[in-house]
Design a protein around this ligand. Structure first.
Ligand SMILES: [Fe+2]
Ligand SMILES: [Fe+2]
Length: 254
């Protein structure tokens, strides 16, 4: 896989929050926020891809909204990079090529877009709302909490878009398209779990002051991830008539 360079140094320096040095935690703070920078920036490609698919369906206002979300994700990347720069690191990273959204040729284009909206907004973005929301509650008042609140507010919008789209579009699909959406859920859940676990450290215990720098306890974050799936995502999908509970049990990555 050919790696590319993500260089957000100039934009990140302009956004640096005024935070005190994390001392011995500095390498961990840099690694955490650089990882977030890569992730957030990567999400911009996902929303650009979704916008292109929505535009191809003639859903222009939805496509424009997703273009706006892509711009927000680029800004989130710069804001996370700004934390890296604020503690003496460089908002610079080697990154994999942008992910390309699946076109799902086994079903119709409109059912394919419903699948992608579920995966992106109803799953990933809904988990982001829970994880970032929890972190924000633990963080003391200050510039880093303000930065996180801004990101969190945007993620709420990204998740809501998906749930609204689902509510509006599922009723338009015929039986074979609905079946195609249902068939896809085990794979969507499997990829979600693999992605989230890859980004949440298994066991990390930090000193108490670490929450002020956004260093999270891995075990707590994993628990919150699983609770978000079982208490929010699965019941909401079931309420829309999708067999999400079974799909979560049958989750797979291939
Ligand atoms: Fe984001
Ligand atoms: Fe997002």
């Amino acid at each position: 896989m050919q790696l590319g360079t993500l260089d957000l140094r100039d934009a990140a320096r302009l956004r640096r929050p005024a935070i005190a040095s994390p001392g011995a935690m500095t390498p961990a703070v840099i690694a955490t926020w650089r990882g977030r920078m890569i992730n957030e920036h990567g999400s911009s490609h996902v929303f650009d891809g979704l916008a292109t698919q929505l535009a191809a369906l003639g859903r222009t206002p939805d496509a424009e909204q997703c273009r706006g979300f892509a711009a927000e994700e680029r800004e989130h990347g710069m804001l996370c990079g700004a934390v890296v720069e604020a503690v003496g690191g460089a908002a610079l990273a080697e990154v994999p090529p942008p992910s390309i959204l699946p076109t799902h040729p086994d079903t119709t284009p409109r059912a394919a877009v419903v699948r992608n909206v579920i995966s992106i907004c109803c799953l990933s973005e809904t988990v982001a709302v829970a994880l970032i929301g929890a972190e924000r509650l633990e963080m003391p008042d200050g510039p880093l909490r303000t930065l996180l609140e801004r990101i969190w507010a945007d993620e709420v919008g990204h998740a809501r878009f998906g749930w609204r789209y689902l509510a509006n579009q599922l009723g338009e699909l015929d039986a074979s398209e609905l079946d195609a959406v249902a068939r896809y859920l085990p794979l969507a859940f499997g990829h979600l779990e693999a992605h989230e676990l890859a980004h949440i450290p298994v066991t990390t215990s930090w000193p108490d002051e670490a929450v002020a720098y956004g260093l999270c306890d891995g075990a707590d974050a994993r628990l919150l991830f699983y609770e978000t799936v079982s208490e929010v995502i699965v019941p909401q999908l079931e309420a829309h008539g999708l067999p999400a509970s079974q799909a979560w049990q049958d989750r797979r990555t291939t």
